[in-house]
Design a protein around this ligand. Sequence first.
Ligand code: URA
Length: 434
Amino acid sequence: MRTIDIIAKKRDGEALAAEEIAWLIAGYTRGEIPDYQMAAWAMAVVLRGMDVRETADLTLAMARSGTMLDLHAHAPLTVDKHSTGGVGDKTTLLLAPLVAAIGLPVAKMSGRGLGFSGGTIDKLESIPGFRTDLALAAFCRAVREVGLVIAAQTADLAPADKRLYALRDVTATVESIPLIAASIMSKKLAAGTDCIVLDVKYGSGAFVRTPEQARLLAQTMVGIGQHAGRRVAAVISSMEQPLGSAIGNALEVREALAALQGHGPADLRELCLVLGTRLLLLAGKTNDATVARQMLEQALADGTAWQKFRQMVANQGGDLAALDDPQRLPQAPVVMPLRAPRSGYITAIDTQVAGLVVNELGGGRKHKDDTIDPAVGLVPAARLGDAVEAGTLLLEIHAAGEADAARVAPRLLAAYTLEDQPTPPPPLILEVLE
Ligand code: URA
C-alpha cells in the first residue's frame, strides 16, 4: 500500500477499506508516515467525510495503536466523561469529583486545548505542582486509592490519536464528525472505563454548529461505544455562549473551585448535575433520575465533592494552598474592561472568537510545542438575552500586557450582537441520548 493512494482515494470521495485505515494508522503511529501526508489525509476526510463503517474502523485502529487498558483489577467499575470541546468548558473539574464523591471511581485521561477549545490538562496544570503526566502504575494506583484521577493521555494509550490530535490542532482539520468521533471514542475504548457520558456540544463555540450535527456526532459515538460493549449516554448541550463566567486556564480553575464550594455559575452546576445523573444511572447506583440528582446535590452541598477534589490534587502533587487561596493561582498583570457600545439585548455571541482570542493572548497553542500562559483569558459578565446599556461591562480581558488586550478588544466587541428586540437564549440542555 502507498499513503499517497489512500490520500487520493479519500480526496476523490471514496470509502477506505478497513485494511487501508489500519495500515495508515499503524504507519503513522510508528512514525513511518510523515505529518504532512497525514495532514493531507485529514483534510481529505474533513472535506469528503467518512461513513459509519469507516468511522468505526478508524476508531478501532486508533484505539489499538497502543495499550488497551483493563481497569477491573483496580476497581470493579469505572466511569468517565468526555466533552466534544467548547469554550469555558470546565465541566470535568466539577463533575469528576462530584461523581467520585458518590463512590464511582473516575479514571479520566484528558486532552490539551484543541483549536479554539480549551483542554482539561492545560487547566489543571495551572495549579502549582499538579502533575498530569502520570505513569500507568500511578494512574491505576490513584483509581484504587483515591477513586479519582485526571491525567494526560499516557504515551501508550491511543498514541495514534495523540499525534493526530496535535496535528489537527494546527492544520485546520478539527471540525469533522468522523475525526472527532474516532478521536474521542478511541481514547475512551483504550482507557478501559465501563460507563461513559459524552457531552456533545453544538453552537458558535463548538466544533459542530447545529443541533442536527451534534445529534449525528452523539449517535455515532454512542453507537461505537455500545458496539464495543460499553455503557454510553450522550447529552447534547448548547455552546452558543461560553459556559460559566471564565475562559482561560487558571481563570477556569478558579471558577471550578468556587463551584465545588457551592458558589459557581448556574449553567455549569446544571450541566454537571445532568451529566452526573446519567453516569449514576449508567453505573446502576440507582435507577431513578430524581434520586441520582439528589445524591449529586447532596455531595456538593455537604462538601464531599470538594474534599474529593482536594484529595486528587494532593495525590497528584498539587499545592493545596492554591486551592484554599486562589490568589496564588497564576494571575494576568493586565485586566481591561470591554463595555457595550450601545444599549440593547445580547442576541448572539460568536463564542469561537472568544476561544480564539484566549489562544491569541497566549492561553492556547499556535504550534504543537508552544508553551501556554495559564493566567490569560476572558471573564464574561453579560449573557445571551441580557439587556445592556451603553457602557455596561460585557467582559474583562486578562492579558500579559496592555497592547495584547487592546489588540483583541475590537474582535471581541464584534463578537457580540446587540439588537433592540430580545431573542430567547437557547436551552442549555437540548436532549439526552441513550
Ligand atoms: N475532543 C477530542 O478528544 N477529539 C476531538 O477531535 C475533538 C474533541
